[in-house]
Write a protein that binds this ligand. Structure first.
Ligand code: G3P
Length: 214
């Protein structure tokens, strides 16, 4: 399973890249706003750092405006993937961009039917938001299972990005299901490694090492 970092923070991206486990980055307008930086230079910096896909979201409301935004963003770097909201206008955008060879990530997916239509329109990726489903007492991972099942039935090539990840179990469940990608916040990356027995084991080894004659 590929792991993307869900952030627009250059500091987090630089740090995470040194661990050798990051395959790409996803951003969204909220994550970009947190950085307080000018948009295009920020995306340019991120795309130069990341040797993999970087999702950048369009925010216009008409298909024509979204396509114009997408073309501007796609021109920033070859690894830009255009994030498009899942609605009728978004499907038109995905269809046009896919014909033009621009990769897309259809976002805000909350139902299997949305994922099916996004794939039919030519989406490179779909992003089901598991955490936000859990937040309203739904089962986010059940949504991912459904989408994976449907895509499997028809050998659909669209990749599933498990998004809105809140904790390590989301990542493990995504891998169990066989999702192509989990996009995770920086904090979750460290949490995935943490284990009290590893920490206790290291402490004991270091203590015993003190007793070794050398
Ligand atoms: O990038 C989209 C998604 O991962 C957002 O997550 O935590 O705002 O629901 P969250």
């Amino acid at each position: 399973m590929k792991i993307f970092l869900d952030t627009a923070s250059v500091t987090e991206i630089q740090k995470a890249l040194t661990y050798g486990v990051i395959d790409g980055v996803t951003t969204n307008p909220s994550l970009v706003a947190k950085e307080g930086r000018e948009f295009v230079p920020l995306i340019r910096e991120i795309t130069a750092l990341v040797p993999g896909p970087v999702s950048v979201e369009v925010t216009a409301s008409t298909p024509q405006e979204m396509i114009a935004q997408a073309e501007t963003y796609a021109a920033i770097a070859a690894n830009v993937v255009i994030k498009v909201p899942v609605n009728l206008e978004g499907l038109q955008v995905v269809r046009t961009l896919s014909k033009r060879g621009i990769q897309t990530n259809v976002t805000l997916i909350f139902s299997p039917s949305q994922a099916l239509l996004a794939a039919k329109a030519g989406a490179t990726y779909v992003s089901p938001f598991v955490g936000r489903v859990d937040d309203i007492s739904g089962e986010g991972m059940a949504l991912v299972k459904d989408i994976a099942h449907i895509y499997g039935n028809y050998r659909i090539a669209t990749e599933i990005i498990v998004a809105s990840v809140r904790h390590p179990l989301h990542v493990v469940e995504a891998a169990r299901i066989g999702a192509h990608v989990a996009t995770i916040p920086f904090a979750t990356l460290a949490q995935l490694l943490h284990h009290p027995l590893t920490a206790a084991g290291m402490e004991r080894f270091l203590k015993d090492w003190e007793k070794v004659k050398r």
